[in-house]
Design a protein around this ligand. Structure first.
Ligand SMILES: [Zn+2]
Length: 265
């Protein structure tokens, strides 16, 4: 599933269409990605409009068009944004295509777990404003984190780091990377974390998020070799610090890898 930095990578794929008009909208209105949305209204209202700007937050994207038209995109499990030459003919899984004079902006989603939402209005949609703060924003600070951990005091920290209203854009492998760096065992209850552990959690969450945006965001490069991610999916994965075996367990419903030596409590 695309996480924060991959979402940022895909957001930028439509940048070449900024400032240009949409001359035609092609979509598959009955596909699940349009659930809860009147897809025909998108066709009516976006045609002839210009793509003005775009935003990414966590796992969501928002595209703003002229005359108060907004498209929200969540990539789900397998959604991808890309650009094709002008006159492009959509294929089976290209469920949403914005034709412009110079190129076509394409959303493909073979597994249909993604979602496209539409909003018509002067300001950004309610569902965009309702999300948690950006990890890189000032609002994601010690106070916010403490309140969030206290609100979910009885859940294991691994499950908390996956909650999108607190840790926007953090997915399974990023969560393991953060907890390994912060030296916190994934099964520890949020309410049991010491002040020092909370401080490390805040610092490492910010570090992993900003490093990934820097490394993956532009061109999908790999994180450095000493990151946990490279070991996590191996059957005989080892801790990059001590080369001792990683442990694997399901916590909060998700496969989790950690180092019992680094992450004692
Ligand atoms: Zn270790």
């Amino acid at each position: 599933m695309p996480e924060l930095a991959e979402v940022e990578f895909f957001r930028k794929q439509w940048d070449c269409g900024l400032g240009q008009k949409i001359i035609a909208v092609q979509l598959h209105p009955r596909k699940r990605i349009f659930r809860g949305t009147d897809a025909r209204r998108i066709v009516d209202l976006l045609s002839g409009r210009r793509l003005l700007r775009s935003f990414a937050r966590g796992k969501q994207m928002l595209f703003e068009f002229s005359a108060g038209n907004w498209i929200g995109v969540h990539l789900g499990m397998s959604g991808k944004l890309r650009t094709e030459p002008a006159g492009f003919r959509p294929e089976k899984h290209d469920h949403f295509v914005l034709q412009q004079l110079q190129q076509a902006l394409v959303l493909r989603d073979a597994r249909l777990f993604g979602r496209v939402r539409f909003h018509h209005g002067r300001s950004e949609p309610e569902w965009w404003r309702a999300g948690g703060p950006d990890i890189s924003a000032d609002k994601f600070d010690r106070r916010f984190l403490n309140a969030f951990l206290d609100r979910h005091a009885r859940a294991p920290i691994k499950a908390i780091v996956l909650m999108q209203n607190g840790f926007a854009g953090i997915g399974n492998w990023m969560a393991d990377e953060i907890l390994w760096r912060a030296k916190i065992a994934p099964s520890v209850l949020a309410g049991a974390l010491s002040a020092a552990q909370r401080a490390r959690l805040l610092r490492e969450t910010r570090f992993v998020a900003s490093e990934l945006l820097r490394i993956i965001g532009p061109d999908f490069s790999d994180p450095p070799a000493d990151w946990l991610i490279h070991q996590k999916w191996k059957r005989k994965g080892v801790c990059p610090r001590h080369r001792s075996s990683l442990r694997h367990e399901t916590i909060g419903g998700r496969t989790t890898a950690w180092c019992p030596r680094c992450q004692k409590s």
